[in-house]
Design a protein around this ligand. Structure first.
Ligand code: NAD
Ligand code: TYD
Length: 339
């Protein structure tokens, strides 16, 4: 079995590569990633020692190169993680989000049609459903919740989802889609909430909380997401959408306070800054379908997952210190200096 994983040098894709290499030692894993600011080859250092792993530096929008890769490696399954993934960056510059997230998806599915595959899996997000009110804890996103996006990021992901469903209906391409809640864990790029707060707290820098910190996210440990995708590509039904999330809702401010406590840092580091434009209030997934049909349930409790994550950032300082010392520093200055 050959599995082509796009975006495998990013946060979730790399965790998925390691998950697959460990669980299926006889599978060949081909990773396609063009190494944007969010992709890091050092993340795949250990995978590169495995003879069943191949890394190809290619843009998923490059039709010619993608067709060549399909022609040579003949993947059975394609899992598309490659995307521009950061909401704040999409607010600054939407264009690349439309290109990679929509047109890149189209190129990959065209290659799947041309060369034939048993499954194309699109890694999507709960953000395609928009947000839920803070005062209705009884409301959750189901697979039937209408798409209702807020940011250029979520709009691009929803557009891709519609295209994927259109390729199923029109061309009978055997697709599946997973819509997952916020992930956390090792190799999370330090521009996102949890790793950013860990890195800043360790450096005794201000912890910039948007608005009042009341926004709620539904956090899932990344390995649980990888297991869900593994189940869907092997046992999920073509044409179906599966929501993935673990009923673990937390307010941003509570996460930041917890990180301060775990790192023994004062809450006085917390700084409330100007809110994100169009900031989604609450995300909350109802995972009943994937639980009932595929038996998936998250295995990692948040208290254990956050402990493991903090430990990982403490033990792998070189990985993230290299990132925040480079081009990222200009991004940070631009986004936070006068906020
Ligand atoms: P990430 O930004 O950490 O990684 C994205 C990877 O894609 C990077 O390695 C980057 O180099 C690569 N990439 C970007 N554009 C590319 C292109 N044109 N061609 C080839 N490679 C390209 O993102 P992530 O957090 O790992 O998210 C992976 C996927 O999961 C995305 O599709 C995202 O929408 C989805 N998702 C993320 C979360 C989350 O909490 N992070 C939750 C739900 C869904
Ligand atoms: P983020 O990690 O960017 O994920 P997403 O926007 O996809 O949910 O942000 C998670 C939450 O944390 C979101 O409500 C915005 C908030 N946030 C802050 O308060 N401060 C920050 O510096 C960042 C990056 C995010």
């Amino acid at each position: 079995m050959t599995v082509l994983v796009t975006g495998g040098a990013g946060f979730i894709g790399s965790n998925f590569v390691y998950h697959m290499l460990k669980k299926y030692p006889d599978y060949k894993i081909i990773c396609v990633d063009c190494l944007t600011y969010a992709g890091n080859l050092s993340t795949l250092e250990k995978a590169l020692e495995n003879p069943n792993f191949v890394f190809l530096k290619t843009d998923i929008c490059d039709r010619e190169e993608i067709y060549k890769i399909f022609d040579e490696h003949k993947p059975d399954i394609v899992v598309n993680f490659a995307a521009e993934s950061h909401v704040d960056r999409s607010i600054e510059n939407p264009e690349v989000f439309l290109k990679t997230n929509i047109l890149g998806t189209q190129v990959l599915m065209d290659a799947c049609r041309k060369y034939g595959i048993t499954r194309y899996h699109q890694v999507s997000t709960d953000e395609v459903y928009g947000d839920l009110p803070l005062d209705r804890p009884d409301m959750f996103f189901t697979e039937e919740t209408p798409l209702h996006t807020s940011s250029p990021y979520s709009a691009s992901k929803a557009s891709a989802d519609l295209l994927v469903l259109a390729y199923y209906r029109t061309y009978n391409l055997p697709i599946t889609i997973s819509r997952c809640s916020n992930n956390y864990g090792p190799y999370h790029f330090p521009e996102k909430l949890i790793p950013l707060m860990i890195a800043n707290a360790l450096a005794d820098k201000p912890l910039p909380v948007y608005g009042k910190g009341e926004n709620v996210r539904d956090w899932l440990y990344v390995e649980d997401h990888c297991e869900a995708i593994d189940l869907i590509i092997h046992k999920g039904k073509a044409g179906e959408v599966y929501n993935v999330g673990g009923h673990n809702e937390m307010k941003n401010i509570d996460i930041v306070k917890l990180i301060c406590k775990k790192l023994d840092k004062p809450e006085s580091l917390i700084t409330f800054v100007t809110d994100r434009k169009g900031h989604d209030l609450r995300y909350a997934i109802d995972p009943a379908k994937i639980n009932k049909e595929l038996g998936w349930l998250p295995k990692t409790k948040f208290s254990d997952g956050i402990e493991k994550t903090i430990k990982w950032y403490l033990n792998n300082k070189q990985w993230w210190e290299t990132i925040i010392s480079g081009e990222y520093r200009d991004y940070y200055d631009k986004m936070y200096r006068n906020r």
